[in-house]
Write a new protein. Sequence first.
Length: 229
Amino acid sequence: MAKGAGIVERSLVRDADILEHENFVLDGIDVSGRWNTMLKSRVHASRDLQAWDAVRQNLVATSIDRCIQCGMCTAGCTVAHEIPDFNPRQFIYWVRTGRTEELKQQANVVWRCVGCYVCTHHCPKGVNTAEVIETIGQWLATVVPNRMDPAFHANHHAYRRQLARRGRLSLPMLQATFLRSLGRQHELWSPEMQKTVLKMLWDGRAFKALAMGRPRRWRKNRRHVAAQA
Ligand code: SF4
Ligand code: SF4
């Protein structure tokens, strides 16, 4: 039988946290396998509140205070359905309890958030979960940038660069910057991409993207946004 097979919601427990002997006899009684399964105790001796401080600097993400750990965000999350380790409720728990190491170890998972805001709409306590996860991801990008996979890195910088330069996001431009920074510009001329461009020319989206203006009071705010990029 597989390790920890008797544990309910086994997928939520890491292999390293399960103590189980395949063959174990205690006082003449065979307690092999699932009969001696134990979980490592979760002792948390020190709180590292760096992530908590970073989240609380973002005005929108301060709604984290209202989280009651109900898990509705994870239940509805687009990414959690595909990647079991992606668990917004747990990321919030780690931030609040100062489990920074766990958070850093899962950085590449946190960065998988697609910013769909389903979690925010599901939350019964009005936590802006999507902003919280985004803020945690931004903080991780500053403390463990070397863990970032090159594609995430390129994506992250394409977003920030475009926001700093234009104050708005245009998907076609993002895609072009992203592919160029990965040295994959040839993909811009792939048959799928050509089909997309034709469609966008046909329905006018291409012209809108090219004519995309700057936000109001852009001159005033530009320096502040650029400093953050
Ligand atoms: S749905 Fe809201 S209250 Fe529930 S765990 Fe997620 S963030 Fe916390
Ligand atoms: S915004 Fe991120 S955390 Fe929220 S539901 Fe979408 S993928 Fe999940």
